[in-house]
Design a binder for this molecule. Structure first.
Ligand code: LMR
Length: 394
């Protein structure tokens, strides 16, 4: 049977990760996969997570199953973190999922179950795995303009023009903050215009929020998501704990289905639990447990927020340093957008040949579309990258 299998295309981000690992050069720089690294190049376990883990080791008395939706305390804590008091709890159905990707996958499956004709409109570009999962599920996608390659900012006029083509019952995928891969984001006024358009069309917004706390702060980064959830009849939200809690390999995420009509909550909850059962039965608990402990304990939460702020500010400082360095070397503001972008990524607008030269000649690894992970830099490697970009003709 296996002889009928076809080779699958390699995931570009994960392939780059492998190439970097295999590169024997000492001075190589990894700006590929979206994993936070401190100045020493280490992805640390956050202090509050480590403390919760110690505590849980003493307290845990059983490894028996939780519920199909995960522990309701995790849902409550995460709904609070993402939605604040924008919508009342009785309007939200939620299930724990293996990471943000698990939430994205379950959300698309729910869309397919509810409306097999729904198309999903995606920003051009978007996280490649969105497209890959949608293709795998046989869901049609429609790209909408998002990124202006010349200014490296959002092409909002183009986006709105393209969203005019949305049909009733379609889904529009939006990034809640820290757009991946571009780093260019809508402001709140623009989000409000999108909400109005989608409501007029009868389309459903789906928000992928994987970097809350990495842009302008925990609440600021959730503002758009809250605005959508409060003002659209129905919203799907896929949230990840991988980055802001630094628990990548624990696979911790939450899928929320919000409906202004609270009577739909029960059927949505039942369907989400059903999907968990079909795909992997019970969601993983360890990461979700740690997140719940951190969010519900005042001291742990304060320490986590303080550390997350340090992480966020480190990335902002690196952005400013890189924009400044490139300004100095090129004598132009061409790369000024790097300081304006938010989150872990910036798409630099470099041609594929330059990206390749940077990898081959300088050992600098970035995704082929010139997306860099800002956190892969430190203050000593910023000038190295800036010089290499200029030398490569970028
Ligand atoms: C990324 O975009 O690099 C991250 O979201 C990690 C991944 O799984 O691709």
């Amino acid at each position: 049977m296996f002889e009928h299998l076809k080779e699958q295309p390699a995931d570009k981000i994960l392939m780059l990760m492998q190439m970097y690992r295999e590169d024997p050069r000492d001075r190589k720089i990894d700006l590929g996969v979206g994993v936070y690294k401190n100045a020493e190049g280490v992805t640390p376990i956050m202090r509050a997570i480590k403390a919760a883990e110690h505590q849980w080791w003493g307290e845990e008395t059983t490894k028996a199953y939780t519920g199909l939706a995960g522990d309701p305390a995790f849902s409550d804590a995460m709904i609070g973190l993402v939605l604040g008091d924008a919508v009342s709890r009785d309007k939200v159905a939620a299930v724990a999922t293996p990471g943000g990707t698990g939430a994205v996958r379950q959300a698309f499956e729910l869309v397919k179950m509810a409306n097999s004709k729904a198309r999903v409109h995606v920003s051009d570009p978007t996280w490649p795995n969105h497209l890959s999962i949608l293709k795998h599920l046989g869901i049609g996608t429609v790209p909408y303009r998002y990124f202006d390659e010349t200014t490296c900012a959002v092409d909002f006029a183009g986006m709105m023009e393209d969203l005019e083509r949305v049909d009733e019952g379609d889904v529009v995928l939006l990034h809640g903050c820290c757009h991946n891969p571009t780093g260019a984001n809508l402001n709140l006024t623009q989000f409000k215009a999108v909400i109005e358009l989608l409501n007029a069309k009868g389309a459903l917004p789906m928000i992928d929020i994987a970097y809350q706390g990495f842009g302008d702060g925990l609440d600021a980064d959730a503002q758009a998501t809250r605005e959508v959830a409060a003002n659209c009849p129905e919203t799907l939200i896929a949230a990840s704990c991988s980055k802001n809690f630094g628990i990548y390999r624990e696979r911790t995420g939450l899928l929320m289905a919000v409906s202004q009509d609270a009577s739909k909550q029960k059927v949505a909850q039942g369907n989400l639990a059903y999907l968990n059962r079909q795909n992997y039965s019970f969601p993983p608990d360890h990461g979700a447990r740690l997140v719940t402990m951190v969010l519900t304990d005042d001291a742990l939460r304060a320490d986590w927020q303080a550390e997350l702020e340090e992480v966020r500010k480190n990335m902002l400082a690196l952005r400013e340093q890189l924009a400044g360095e490139l300004q100095r070397l090129t004598g132009s503001d061409r790369f000024g957008f790097i300081a304006e972008h938010r989150g872990m990524f910036s798409r630099l607008g470099l041609a594929p040949e330059i990206v390749e030269t940077l990898r081959k000649d300088h050992g600098i690894y970035m995704v082929g579309d010139s997306r860099i992970n800002i956190a892969g830099l430190n203050k000593d490697t910023v000038p190295v990258l800036a010089r290499a970009i200029v030398e490569a003709g970028g």
